[in-house]
Design a binder for this molecule. Structure first.
Ligand code: FEO
Ligand code: CA
Ligand code: CA
Ligand code: CA
Length: 587
């Protein structure tokens, strides 16, 4: 303690010792503490019941915090820093650890529909720097689930390829799902990526040159059997053959208006969207960077047709809420300059898929470019990357960081300078530098700032030669107020035998590339979020799928409440794991 309220406290820390993959504990640096501020099942909406894991219902879950929190932001809403909005995605569900054996199938399926989507929750605290408390039943609290209505906008809205029996207009979709990473816009909305939507549909499938096959849709793809409860999940029928086309978008939500209708933006293309992060170019155009998280898939850029209006007047806000509805999509090609210089680097170009909002891909209409974006991109030969996850511009430097999480399928023959390792189990991070700092020109330079792994042969840490923390499978990225890069990981338990974690990496100066581990998450969990409020000494992470390989009766994690085995949990508690949002502060 010691710092006065409102005084900057920063985040000095000594890197933690990385825990082995079996440790079921949060580990934070000496001098810090962690608190779970929101857990799966916590009541959010007015009248929501207390969490009762043995007796879950769809109605209760739809009013409670959802499962598997991934994207996270904490948006302050008062000048004193005593109120905020927490906005979070709920990517997917781990039925094996959520429900007691014997839960009726329809109850289970409808409950997990309600556990997907997003949450908006008001937070409060006495003074800046304190741990936040969530406010049950607060005015702006909101759950978005697979039943929430979305508007489809942009050039492909109303396309016959988006029409179904339930929606003959092709302009209105019920729900969002598999929401992975995201980004908060300068106008205060939140963007969220619909990622592995294919795993919920029974489909016909086909070769990788067909619309269904290229998106991983196929006959065996619906192990959750959702179609047994709602026919829209059966895309082999004439009524719902287009339902999969209504997922795989970037969605935009206004967290300040719980009555607003969230939007699916067709102008930003359809693929397995990890997320989208926006920067305002010097000319006012808004540029979004996006990854398609699949082995050998691509990095994309969206440039808005219109320019951002400053300020928060109703008129400016209404204008800015349309910025992502029209613009141009392009896809990245990375060219290496050879490895004789000892580093993976080179130049690159953004290959247009649309210009003036219209397709420039031979053989593809504009609607086809936007709905079958992967096939359109294949036609212009971008660089096949090692699973591009979060792609985020630094508002500090204007450089863009791409987390390529891993790709164990890349063969020695498929290695190139931007993806330099075969059987890449540890991943790497690409740094992209727009020409003249201009995000709307079609050229850039690039280098691999990190080639991840346990330090040693084949790894690279931005040229830093001192000790670094081992790091593998970079997934989400964020920046602190000084422009340092923070990376959270997903996959270290299987790649390097360590629990996943959160790492700080300076990107400038003599410590460029010095990876320092700040925290580790419990057994089975992936580290998501992250949000770095370094000026007030706070770090937030979303702890996703703790103990995912256990069962309801035999948990492999007891995070975050660590109810002792064999004891009866108190009301609102659970002996098993609960995905939760964690705040780390000075102790
Ligand atoms: Fe949901 Fe690409 O991680
Ligand atoms: Ca080189
Ligand atoms: Ca991710
Ligand atoms: Ca991941």
């Amino acid at each position: 303690g010691g710092a006065a309220p409102g005084r900057p406290r920063q985040l000095p820390f000594t890197p933690i010792d990385p825990p082995a993959r079996t440790l079921d504990a949060m580990r934070v640096p000496v001098g810090y503490r962690w608190d779970a501020i929101l857990r799966w099942g916590d009541p959010i909406l007015p009248g929501a019941p207390a969490f009762d894991p043995a007796n879950q219902t769809p109605e209760a879950q739809a009013a409670q915090f959802g499962y598997n929190n991934d994207y996270l932001d904490i948006i302050e809403t008062s000048r004193a820093g005593t109120s905020a909005l927490l906005v979070c995605n709920h990517e997917y569900t781990n039925e094996n650890i959520m429900f007691p054996v014997g839960t009726p199938a329809e109850t289970l399926i409808r409950t997990v529909w309600a556990a997907h989507g997003m949450s908006v929750v008001e937070l409060t605290r006495r003074k800046r720097g304190d741990v936040w408390t969530y406010v049950p039943g607060a005015r702006l609290n909101r759950r978005i689930t697979l039943d929430t209505l979305f508007t489809v906008d942009g050039p492909a809205a109303g396309s016959p390829l988006l029409m179904t029996k339930a929606d003959p207009t092709g302009r209105s979709v019920r729900g969002t799902m598999n929401n992975c990473a995201g980004g908060t816009t300068p106008w205060g909305t939140v963007l969220s990526g619909e990622e592995n939507f294919n795993q919920y549909f029974k489909a016909t499938g086909g070769a990788s040159t067909t619309p269904e096959g290229r998106y991983g849709l196929g006959a065996g793809g619906d192990g959750r059997n959702w179609r047994s409860v709602d026919p829209r999940w059966d895309a082999t029928t004439a009524d719902y053959k287009n339902e999969p086309n209504r997922f795989g978008w970037i969605v935009e939500v206004d967290p300040t208006d719980p009555t607003s209708t969230p939007v699916k933006h067709t102008a930003m293309g359809r693929f397995k969207h990890e997320g989208a992060n926006v920067i305002v170019n010097s000319d006012g155009h808004v540029v979004a960077y996006m990854g398609d998280d699949e082995r050998f898939d691509y990095v994309y850029r969206f440039v808005s047709r219109d320019t951002m209006r400053p300020g928060n007047s109703p008129k400016a806000r209404a204008h800015n809420l349309q910025l992502l509805s029209n613009g141009d999509l392009s896809v990245a090609r990375f060219t290496g300059d050879g490895l004789a210089d000892g580093v993976s680097d080179g130049t690159g170009e953004w290959i247009p898929l649309t210009r003036g909002g219209v397709s420039v891909v031979p053989g593809f209409t504009t609607e086809q470019v936007l709905i079958y974006t992967r096939l359109a991109a294949d036609a212009v030969k971008p660089t096949k990357m090692d699973r591009p996850e979060d792609v985020e511009p630094s508002l500090h430097s204007g450089r863009i960081y791409v987390a390529c999480t891993n790709n164990t399928s890349r063969t020695a023959l498929q290695v190139d300078e931007p993806n330099p390792r075969p059987a890449n189990k540890d991943g790497h991070v690409v740094e992209m530098i727009p020409t003249d700092g201009n995000h709307t020109v079609d050229t850039f330079s690039w280098n691999l700032i990190l080639i991840c792994g346990s330090p040693g042969a084949g790894t690279y840490f931005g040229g830093y030669t001192g000790p670094v923390s081992p790091i593998s499978c970079p997934d989400n990225v964020a920046f602190d107020s000084e422009g340092n890069l923070w990376i959270s990981t997903d996959g270290q338990p299987s790649s390097i035998g360590l629990n996943d974690g959160l790492f700080k990496v300076p990107v400038e100066g003599p410590e460029r590339g010095r990876v320092q581990q700040f925290l580790a998450v419990p057994a089975g969990a992936e580290t998501c979020g992250p949000v770095i409020h370094d000026l007030e000494g706070s770090v937030f992470v979303a702890v996703q799928h703790p103990g995912e390989d256990g069962s309801y009766a035999a948990p492999q994690s007891r995070f975050p409440d660590y109810v002792p085995g064999g004891s009866t949990p108190a009301a609102g508690q659970f002996a098993g794991p609960r995905p939760s949002v964690v705040q780390v502060t000075h102790s």
